[in-house]
Design a protein around this ligand. Structure first.
Ligand code: UD1
Ligand code: CA
Length: 459
């Protein structure tokens, strides 16, 4: 948007979080709070975006490194929100038009509300426009004090009188300002308050006494402007994000048996008629097809699941893919590039890492398959282990179509079991098995008659 500049305030210490991590890097819906704010800023296509960061600015810069064209300004020490905005003056020296101020700790603000803010601000020609909300519990927020219809000033919770505290209209900490005169006004703000800080909301009273226009936009959904200052507020906002996602999924035809215990990150997609049982977590950039059944206790991260897939209880799946009509679990672990092809089955206590299990193949019990390429219609017996690590590097195991691997087999990689070959139970495979061959490695069985009775007599 022409002549629009966004500033994100994110330098505060976040003392109330009691955390070594900067507050705005705590995650909401799988993403750092500030990433949500950045997304809202990006949606406006402003001429510039400036983030005000504090002493832990390096970790913030790293977290936001995907955003090119973002300017960082360091505020040190942090003397309040007005002081934070003032530190951007050199970066915005040539700016004109409108500045939108966002708070790094208010992650749910919608682009729609921001557009309403900008429209109101520009159409009224105001010097400042504040986003406000009516809430049932205004504790902790700045209160909007009006004289008649018009906003007169904003008073912080700690500085408010009993009467002011009863006001239910709060300041969201989101504003639009005309660039003209803003920084001069900020310099006039004093730190005469309970926290000895320079408060940005004080600019409202200043503009009113100077006779400059100040407008408000009252959001209809107060959830949008919830700020996060503590772990309890972090949990409360995260719950809203989850509820919104679950509502969206259900509207699109996904069955969620218990939305209260279902955790689906915002970027996840799920097809119609898939059923999510209670207590599942689906995270990151996961996609799930239609008509799948995801049972309780499952965690899926950054993975691709096809249609009609069953994931039984207590599976952990990360960076992996499951094709149509495959079935896994209970208690399976798929990670680091595991691929389960169409109609393949993975049973209980089976781990797959960087392994492809071909169409219709099965690994049903107590098995580790790492760095393996397994063809179609292969049967992997219980207790099969690919010994893929020689202490230095990872080696590959190849099992061709239709092979049968007997229970309790160890495959010392690199090794290939040929097409249709059989491996007897309890075999240690150290050399390639030709197609169609039978491989056995255990010695001949010996029985010692009456051994037990003789042993008892001796002792
Ligand atoms: C602020 C507002 C309050 C509003 C609330 C909405 C002030 C004084 N009060 O209160 O009216 O209801 O937000 O959520 O502005 N920050 C800096 N540098 C600083 C101090 C803060 O960059 O020196 C940043 C913080 O990182 C944060 C934002 O500014 O992202 C707001 O600061 P915070 O301390 O959380 O203010 P609140 O007490 O929540
Ligand atoms: Ca805050």
């Amino acid at each position: 948007m022409a002549d629009l500049h966004v500033i994100i305030l994110a330098a505060g210490k976040g003392t109330r979080m009691k955390s070594a991590l900067p507050k705005v890097l705590h995650r909401v819906g799988g993403l750092p709070m500030i990433a949500h704010v950045m997304a809202s800023a990006d949606a406006l296509h402003p001429r510039s975006i400036t983030a005000v960061v504090g002493h832990q600015g390096e970790s913030l810069k790293e977290a936001l490194s995907v955003h090119t064209g973002l300017t960082f300004v360091v505020q040190e020490p942090q003397l309040g929100t007005a002081h934070a905005l003032l530190t951007t003056e050199p970066a915005l020296r040539r700016a004109s038009g409108t500045i939108v101020v966002l708070s790094g700790d208010v992650p749910l603000l919608s682009p729609k509300t921001l557009k309403t803010l900008i429209d109101r601000h520009q159409s009224t020609g105001a010097a400042a426009t504040v986003v406000t909300a009516m809430v049932d519990d205004p504790a902790g927020y700045g209160r909007i004090v009006r004289s008649g219809e018009k906003i007169a000033r904003i008073v912080e919770d700690r500085d408010a009188t009993e009467e002011e505290r009863a006001v239910r209209e709060i300041n969201s900490g989101i504003y639009a300002f005309a660039v003209a005169g803003l920084f001069d006004a900020l310099r006039k703000i004093a730190a005469e308050n309970a926290q000895r800080e320079y408060y940005l909301p004080d600019v409202i009273a200043l503009y009113r006494t100077e006779g400059r226009g100040v407008e408000t936009v009252i959001v209809s959904n107060a959830d949008e402007i919830r700020g996060i200052n503590s772990r309890a507020e972090l949990a409360a906002v995260s719950r809203i994000v989850r509820q919104n996602k679950n509502t969206e999924l259900m509207a699109a035809g996904v069955t969620i048996e218990d939305p209260a215990t279902t955790y689906v990150d915002p970027l996840v997609t799920i097809g119609a008629d898939t059923v999510l049982h209670p207590g599942v977590s689906i995270e990151g950039r996961t996609t799930i097809g239609g008509a799948c059944e995801i049972h309780s206790g499952v965690r899926i991260v950054d993975s691709r699941i096809g249609d009609r897939v069953t994931v039984n209880n207590h599976c952990v799946i990360s960076e992996s893919s499951l094709s149509n009509d495959s079935k896994i679990g209970p208690f399976a672990h798929l990670r680091g590039g595991a691929t389960v092809s169409e109609g393949a089955r993975v049973g209980n206590f089976v781990e797959l890492k960087k392994t492809t299990l071909g169409p219709g193949s099965k690994a049903m019990h107590l098995t580790y398959l790492g760095d393996a390429e397994i063809g179609s219609k292969v049967n992997i017996g219980a207790g099969t282990i690919t010994c893929n690590y020689d202490g230095v590097s990872k080696q590959k195991t190849t099992i061709e179509d239709g092979a049968f691997i007997g229970s309790d087999t160890q495959l010392i990689a690199p090794v290939t079991v040929g097409k249709g070959a059989y491996v007897g139970s309890g075999t240690t495979i150290r050399e390639n098995v030709p197609p169609g061959a039978l491989a056995v490695s255990a010695g001949k069985q010996r029985n010692f008659d009456d051994w037990v009775a003789k042993k008892k007599k001796r002792s």
